[in-house]
Ligand binder design. Structure first.
Ligand code: NAI
Length: 550
């Protein structure tokens, strides 16, 4: 809390309002002098606590909750009442809190969003606001918004179309900007772009909070999103738009439409691609192999699959291959089978990866034919990497690389336990969620979490600090390298492909420094280049501490 805001409450005699202001309150941590000066005497119990004591109470209350969903609800209520304390608790132990605030719990919270709803957070821009989105956006009280995270709820994790229930995702994603990369919350705005839903269960649910209509045709959707993107440029001219969890086809086409026009990125495409390439840098280092020599098979060819493919192509090009050669090393499989030349149902982005091959819906047969060195699951289909599929990978490779990235937990294409057992401990494995360590044959493996939270908060920190004009693929490749470089040899020996979650803040700040340097090098920053990027960035970080009132 700033001294100024404290004094203004004092002048207005509004002690209660101050106490109830989530961004300002210190709760029981006000000193006796502050209580007297701010008109708070008698409004708080007599004991004067510090933030550590308050945090102890939070942890104790969390401990009595029966499950992570209840902990998620409790934590979000804390964020609504005392934001500083919320971030103080979360930033002290990110490894514990990430799975509660984010994957997988946020997915379960989205499924029940209308039932768990307490109070509004962020903004809901709906088709009803067509023609006046600019005016509606102006209702947001903060004027210098630097990053908007926006979802249509079109494809929430692997849970499908959740319509307005998807709001849990932009809220959670932006909480992680602060929790993992110390970006101040005031700069961030979660938005749910409500375009209806195809989810009949939600449309029939009396407690559903979104528009009760089906999604519009592509043309109408394009006009609506165009208006939204333009309105953001007008109302928040320094703002970057982070697209998250849109329907796969929308994710791909809207990124292509806006990426060279405005400051924006799609986390499912670029963030996931970046974190996967980061994990692959480490896996290949363990195998002492090069990117250019890999053959990759994707199970799932939606926004995550295409985003990963795009980044892997970039990494292969940096390793000396041409565009054509790199794409030729990537195979894809979707709900209708292998992407091959006779398919007529493919988008232009999917057509880049077709191969001359007979039609096939048999993943095992394709694995045996292609002999991929890397198998990546982004299909939303849990347990689709069966024992025969994994064993075929192990026959073709001494150390098969197997990433089962679908979320939440039960959607993972295989578990680490299965991957290590079926390859006799040879797999280099990562999942989208954090699985516990696995012991096989007396050896303990640490399965990595290939989750874009290693990348997007760092990119967000760099974007916020530099006020960049554009976000480019080069920034995501840079982030991939920076994340990968923070895993030690010893950790790689245990199969770890990503930094430990307990070190996430340090990892993100270093990664952000590398990304910010690219932004300055390319002349995209709208702030002056500091002499030394790293200390400059560290000096800007949010700290979850109360500022004494003078
Ligand atoms: P999407 O809906 O755009 O794509 C899903 C793809 O899987 C489509 O190509 C679809 O045809 C294919 N598919 C569906 N059923 C299939 C089946 N039975 N056999 C073969 N292919 C099938 O979804 P998106 O955005 O690509 O996400 C996919 C999954 O990846 C989700 O579970 C999501 O949570 C996860 N993901 C994980 C991330 C991470 O950081 N670990 C980041 C982004 C996504």
């Amino acid at each position: 809390m700033s001294a100024e805001s404290g004094s203004s409450y004092q002048k207005n005699g509004g002690g209660v309002e101050l106490l109830n202001a989530p961004k300002l309150t210190h709760g029981t941590a006000y000193t006796l002098a502050e209580r007297a000066a701010l008109g708070l005497e008698g409004l708080i119990p007599p004991s004067v606590e510090n933030i550590e004591r308050q945090a102890d109470r939070v942890r104790q209350q969390l401990g009595s909750k029966p499950d992570d969903l209840e902990r998620y609800i409790y934590l979000n209520q804390l964020a609504d009442t005392n934001e500083t304390l919320f971030y103080h608790v979360v930033m002290a132990d990110p490894a514990y809190f990430l799975p509660i605030l984010y994957d997988p719990t946020v997915g379960y919270a989205c499924l029940k969003f209308g039932h768990l709803y307490r109070r509004p957070r962020g903004m809901y821009i709906s088709l009803q606001h067509k023609g006046r989105i600019r005016q509606v956006l102006s209702n947001w009280p903060v004027k210098d918004v630097r990053v908007i995270c926006v979802s249509t709820g079109g494809r929430i994790l692997g849970l499908g179309d959740l319509g307005a229930n998807g709001m849990g995702i932009p809220i959670g994603k932006l909480q992680l900007y602060t929790a993992c990369a110390a970006v101040p919350q005031d700069a961030l705005l979660p938005i749910l772009l409500d375009c209806g839903t195809e989810n009949q269960g939600l449309l029939a649910d009396p407690l559903y909070l979104g528009l009760r209509q089906r999604r519009p045709a592509d043309d109408e959707m394009t006009g609506f999103v165009d208006e939204f993107v333009e309105a953001v440029q007008n109302v928040f001219p320094s703002c970057c738009i982070h697209f998250e969890d849109w329907r796969g086809t929308d994710a791909v086409r809207f990124l292509a439409r806006y990426q060279n026009q405005v400051s924006c990125f799609n986390d499912d495409i670029q963030g996931t691609g970046s974190v996967v390439v980061g994990g692959l840098f480490n896996a290949l280092q363990i195998k002492k192999e090069r990117f250019r020599d890999q053959t990759v098979l994707f199970f799932g060819a939606g926004s995550a699959g295409l985003g990963n493919a795009r980044m892997i192509v970039e990494a292969m090009k940096l390793d000396g291959l041409s565009n054509e050669e790199a794409r030729g090393r990537i195979w894809m499989f979707d709900i209708n089978g292998l992407l091959e030349t006779s398919r007529t149902d493919l988008s232009p982005e999917q057509q880049l990866y077709v191969h001359p091959h007979a039609p096939s819906k048999d993943l095992l047969a394709v694995v045996e034919f292609v002999k991929p060195t890397i198998l990546i699951g982004v299909s939303t289909v849990g347990q689709s990497f069966t024992q025969p599929v994994i064993e075929a990978m192990a026959r073709a490779n001494d150390r098969p690389i197997i990433f089962a990235l679908s979320n939440p937990t039960e959607k993972a294409e295989c578990t680490p336990d299965q991957a290590y057992r079926w390859t006799r401990g040879k797999a280099l494995y990562a999942a989208g969620v954090q699985f516990p360590p696995v012991t096989y044959n007396g050896k303990t493996f640490l399965p990595g979490q290939a989750n874009n939270f290693y990348v997007y908060p760092a990119v967000g920190l760099a974007v916020w600090a530099t006020n960049t004009r554009r976000v480019t693929d080069e920034m995501f490749i840079t982030a991939a390298r920076a994340v990968a470089s923070q895993v030690t040899d010893e950790q790689r020996g245990l199969g770890l492909l990503f930094p430990l979650q307990k070190d996430v803040l340090e990892a993100e700040v270093r990664t952000a420094g590398a990304v910010a340097t690219v932004i300055f090098d390319r002349g995209l920053a709208r702030v002056e280049r500091p002499r030394d990027v790293d200390p400059w960035l560290r000096g800007l970080l949010y700290r979850p501490e109360y500022v004494p009132v003078r």
